[in-house]
Structure formats: C-alpha cells, structure tokens
Design a protein around this ligand. Sequence first.
Ligand code: ZN
Length: 170
Amino acid sequence: MGFGFNVDDISSSATRAQIALNALNRSELGGVDLKATTRTLEMATTGRIQLLDITRPVEQIVRDSGIKSGLCLVHAPHATVAIIANENEQGLVRDFVDKIEELYPPRGNYLHNRIDDNASSHLASGLIGSSRTFPVRDGRLVRGTWQNIFLVELDGPRTQRLVEVTVIGE
Ligand code: ZN
C-alpha cells in the first residue's frame, strides 16, 4: 500500500542474505582464508579546499595485496577531510571546490567557531563522508571509468594528511 515494493520480497531477500551469511560462516569454518592488508598513504595539501587524485596508489595497494575478491576501504582518519569517487576533469574538479565553498561557507554563525575557526570544514567532512568502500574483483579495484578516487582537503593547507587503505578478502 504505497510503499512501491512488496514486503514479501524484502523478507525473502533478507532470508536469502541470511542463508548466504550462514554459508559464508560455514565456509570460514571450513578453512577459507580471509586476508587483510592495510597501507597508509601520506600527502601534503596546498589549498584550503582541494581535491587530490589518489586512484593510482590505491589501485597499487589493491594489486600488491594479492587479494582477488573482496573489499577495499579508503578511509581518511581526519575530521576535516572527505573521500569521494568521481571524474578527474579539470573543470569538474573546480566545480567541486566551488560547490563545497557554496554549501559550506567558512563564515557563518557556527557554535564550533567559538573554540576553533573551522566549523564549515567539519560539517563538510561529516556530511560528505571520510571513507568510501569499493569492491575488489579479479584482483582489481572495481570503479567506473569516470570514477577516480579523491582525497578532498577541507581545511588546508596541511603538511600531512593520511589515507588508510584496507583490502580484505581472499
Ligand atoms: Zn575544529
């Protein structure tokens, strides 16, 4: 009644997910060997708002991990950085910077600015998100042709920004 989907479909797909999970647990018990690798990328930023393309080093970490099938988590352990996936086209990169400036103007009636001067940077990081996860298939990170991976500096310039790349799978 107006949900646009059938509740039975959901419960049956939930059941299927549970069956798949049970099968996974059984195969783990049967000795499937999940591997995990974490590497840290380190970089400096030069702008207040800036996009840095980290696709190549992230893909290199996935290849070096030897993991053929699984997930790759790209996570920035910072409160004023975001991670996005999108096209590395010069104009669009500028559009992202301009849009972030517009959506999160540095000057505003922010409570956090009573103790710091970067509430807009925290808001952008929290709402855009500081991590992204990608599938790994056939030993490669799965992404669209126009999906490069970017660190988004939101409170630069900074001498050191970190990105933790974790690959987990088999
Ligand atoms: Zn702050």
